[in-house]
Design a protein around this ligand. Structure first.
Ligand SMILES: N[C@@H](CCC(=O)N[C@@H](CS)C(=O)NCC(=O)O)C(=O)O
Length: 271
């Protein structure tokens, strides 16, 4: 009788465990998921990661070597990383939706389109782009901040071989070739690194005054579209050891990334 009761209890327990397991499998199968294909150093990819992270949309992060041709045969000096083809164009970020059957449902390729999609999935949108002229001028592609950001970050990025972006010799050669073909000079950048750091220190003081509050570019402190656009530009500078960050700006950069669960390079700076 005792043995029967024990075996009955055991059977009930086994049954309920297997029910829970099969319910979990069914739940997992009926859920679709997101995969985000990125380069870790890419500001366009980071703005998307910030948006998804802040909206608490879970995704699987897949990082690529910068020399991976992603199926784009028009690219010179690249390698086949052996990954499934995305858009066929060597350009990231790409968001991939995986259906309940595990197959690809769709791909979305433009960072701003991905952010727009992420917003429509949620009830609340990010505070809109302000169009503030001081911000547009500060972060302009030919402005001093961007010029110095490239001087300080591009040579250092190539030393970050712990990142998938730069792990292979071909990844580093691809970047070097690409920028040098465009007239950008790595040796000249390294030669003026010291003075560039001094100038960047001043610019970061200016950037700090551009914040609308301690936690965002907006006065109410909420992270919005301006933050999505400009945080990745500031993040790129975090790789440079020796650059001095005003406390306010550094705290803003660290706390905003951490709210979105996105890393900066403060913890792996390059000399
Ligand atoms: N318009 C695209 C731009 C993305 C873009 O330029 N991505 C760069 C990385 S930061 C890229 O994939 N470059 C590949 C290459 O140059 O080989 C977007 O906003 O999503």
């Amino acid at each position: 009788m005792t043995i029967d009761l024990r075996s009955l209890l055991f059977s009930l327990l086994t049954l309920s465990i297997s029910n829970v397991a099969s319910a979990m499998t069914m739940q997992q199968q009926s859920q679709s998921s997101l995969r985000l294909h990125v380069y870790d150093h890419c500001p366009f990819c980071i703005r998307v990661e910030l948006a998804l992270g802040l909206k608490q949309s879970p995704y699987e992060r897949i990082v690529y070597g910068y020399g991976d041709k992603l199926g784009d045969e028009s690219k010179q000096g690249c390698y086949d990383g052996g990954n499934p083809i995305l858009t066929g164009k060597k350009e990231l970020p790409v968001l991939e939706k995986i259906g309940p059957d595990g197959n690809r449902e769709w791909l979305k390729a433009e960072s701003l389109d991905i952010i727009e999609w992420a917003q429509t999935e949620q009830s609340d949108r990010f505070p809109a782009k302000s169009g503030r002229e001081d911000l547009t001028a500060f972060f302009a592609t030919d402005g001093r901040f961007k010029v110095l950001q490239r001087i300080l970050s591009r040579p250092r990025n190539l030393k970050m071989t712990q990142l998938k972006d730069w792990a292979r010799e071909e990844d580093r050669a691809y970047a070097k070739n690409k920028y040098e073909k465009g007239g950008w000079d790595y040796a000249a950048a390294e030669a003026c690194d010291g003075e560039s750091q001094v100038e960047m220190n001043k610019l970061l003081e200016d950037a700090s005054t551009l914040l609308g509050s301690d936690t965002s570019f907006y006065e109410d402190g909420a992270l919005g579209f301006d933050d999505l656009l400009y945080l990745p530009e500031l993040r790129a500078v975090t790789v440079a050891k020796g650059v001095k960050w005003p406390d306010r700006l550094r705290n803003y950069v660290v706390s905003a990334h951490s709210k979105a669960n996105v890393g900066t390079y403060f913890d792996q700076q390059v000399e």
